[in-house]
Design a protein around this ligand. Structure first.
Ligand SMILES: [Zn+2]
Length: 495
């Protein structure tokens, strides 16, 4: 039995988003548990589809003792503030210092965290943890499939283990894999595998074309699974998150094992697989007008809802979740029965709650972030439903997680319905509609504040998905992103 320190902080940073991540957003509950420490942390993450949870369950099953540090996350946004990062980092290190010496550390990180004062937030945290436990102790970290794996992360961590699915349905599984690595290293009395290889592609993968339910990403990750065999103990591929605008953003793969030749051969083989598919990471984008017209045409032969993915205002990529262009376009094209959601606007939700069911109320909806091209939609809305926004998610990704959207309302304007919530949370579970009585499977057209993650729960009911380029900071056409970093500027022009 070994003593393992377990903790995590998850933030995906889109430097083009309108809001920074301040300390309070890490403290609150959204679609994930609130910031917590010690045994409270273990209680909060139990039963949730998170790496920390999968790691906890596997480590306990292997008979290890857990030293809980701290776990927290914040919805993707612009930079993490210096105060937030330093407070959270200090709490983790303080617990580590105050505990009896640990035999290993397992961290649940995102890998694309940029702080106001440190460009590589995850690398910096790993450096501090490594400094605290020393070079002889294994430190294993889980990363999101959109991590920007830096050389610093590779140098500080014994193993980096990345999700293999987008939508990220394997988060807890990734934690379990990371726990297995830690267990194996401890059994061999090693701080690291003898061999490690890292490779980077010379092109970017726009997240909107990286869904692993379909090719080319599906085949690339299938190949990764094939390559992990006896002589390669682990291999991970991250597709990167270009909107972090850091020089090491983009796809990277790492391989680990006991045999250097096999590790390098596996890394080269997977790199060749991705490079051979470079031209396939693309597809058709629709502006709001084109998307709504096409959705109306396709929905005439109803075979499940047509989904308009409002990718650029996806809160899961740093969008404020409050732009209204698609909603307004649905109304202007009289898309009767269409439903949009979830638009984040606490003031609008409050107005609806104050007015009550069936009231007609004048609301200035959304458009509050000041993002260029995003204006509020001022109209008379009928209140069709109200909720406190607290419910349990049922889809495979959130898998029973307790959701808190703050007060929510179902409104109707000119025959189009819209769900309004009070926090910017990605719409990735059918419960975000059904908690207000809207059954997604019975809709013809759904406009949704998500890019890919909604597919974890909507894939089984949808007819087709149209990715829409409505206003928002989660820019899908990378050639149009005003990158500061010279390497990203060069690579984006290739897309
Ligand atoms: Zn991700």
């Amino acid at each position: 039995m070994a003593r393992i320190a377990l903790g995590g902080i998850q933030h995906e940073t889109n430097v083009f988003a309108p809001y920074k991540a301040e300390y309070p957003v890490f403290v609150q509950r959204d679609e994930w548990p609130p910031l917590s420490r010690g045994t409270q942390m273990l209680d909060n993450v139990r039963g949730v589809n998170l790496p920390v949870t999968g790691a906890l369950e596997r480590l306990q099953a292997l008979g290890h003792e857990i030293v809980p540090l701290l776990w927290c996350s914040a919805t993707p946004s612009a930079h993490v503030s210096e105060e937030a990062f330093e407070r959270i980092s200090a709490m983790m290190l303080e617990t580590l210092r105050d505990s009896p010496p640990v035999d290993g550390v397992l961290l649940d990180l995102h890998g694309a965290m940029v702080c106001a004062h440190v460009a590589d937030g995850d690398g910096e945290l790993l450096r501090r943890i490594r400094q605290a436990v020393g070079d002889a102790t294994p430190v294993v970290a889980c990363l999101d499939l959109h991590a920007n794996i830096s050389d610093e992360m590779v140098a500080q961590a014994s193993v980096l283990e990345v999700y293999r699915t987008y939508p990220h349905v394997d988060m807890a599984d990734t934690g379990a894999r990371a726990a297995d690595h830690l267990d194996l290293l401890l059994k061999h009395n090693l701080a690291r595998y003898p061999s490690c290889a890292i490779r980077r592609t010379d092109f970017l993968i726009p997240p909107v074309w990286g869904c692993t339910l379909v090719d080319p990403a599906k085949s690339v990750y299938a190949r990764l699974s094939e390559l992990i065999q006896k002589k390669v103990s682990g291999m991970s591929l991250s597709c990167g998150f270009p909107l972090s605008d850091v020089s090491e953003a983009g796809p990277a793969l790492v391989a680990y094992g006991f045999d250097e030749v096999s590790v390098n051969a596996a890394a080269d083989s997977l790199l060749a697989e991705i490079e051979g598919r470079e031209s396939e990471f693309c597809g058709r984008l629709y502006n709001a007008e084109e998307a709504v017209k096409e959705a109306i045409r396709l929905s005439a032969n109803a075979n499940g809802p047509v989904i308009l993915a409002d990718s650029q205002d996806n809160p899961g990529g740093g969008g404020p979740g409050d732009t209204t262009e698609i909603l307004q376009t649905l109304v202007s094209h009289e898309a009767q029965g269409a439903v949009a959601g979830v638009i984040s606007d606490p003031a609008a939700a409050q107005s609806a709650h104050a007015a009550g069911i069936n009231a007609i109320v004048n609301i200035s909806l959304g458009g509050k972030s000041g993002f260029p091209g995003s204006l509020p939609y001022i109209a008379e809305y009928r209140v069709l439903g109200l909720s406190d926004g607290c419910f349990r998610a049922n889809g495979p990704m959130l898998a029973g997680a307790e959701i808190d959207l703050g007060p929510t309302a179902l409104l109707e304007v000119s025959g189009v319905r819209v769900i309004v919530g009070s926090k910017p949370v990605q719409t990735m579970d059918q419960s975000m509609f059904s908690h207000l009585g809207v059954d997604p499977s019975k809709q013809k057209i759904i406009a949704i504040k998500s890019s890919i993650h909604f597919r974890n729960d909507f894939e089984k009911i949808l007819q087709t998905v149209l990715p829409v380029t409505a206003p928002g900071p989660v820019i899908v056409d990378l050639a149009t992103v005003p990158f500061q970093d010279a390497r990203l500027k060069r690579l984006a022009c290739k897309n």
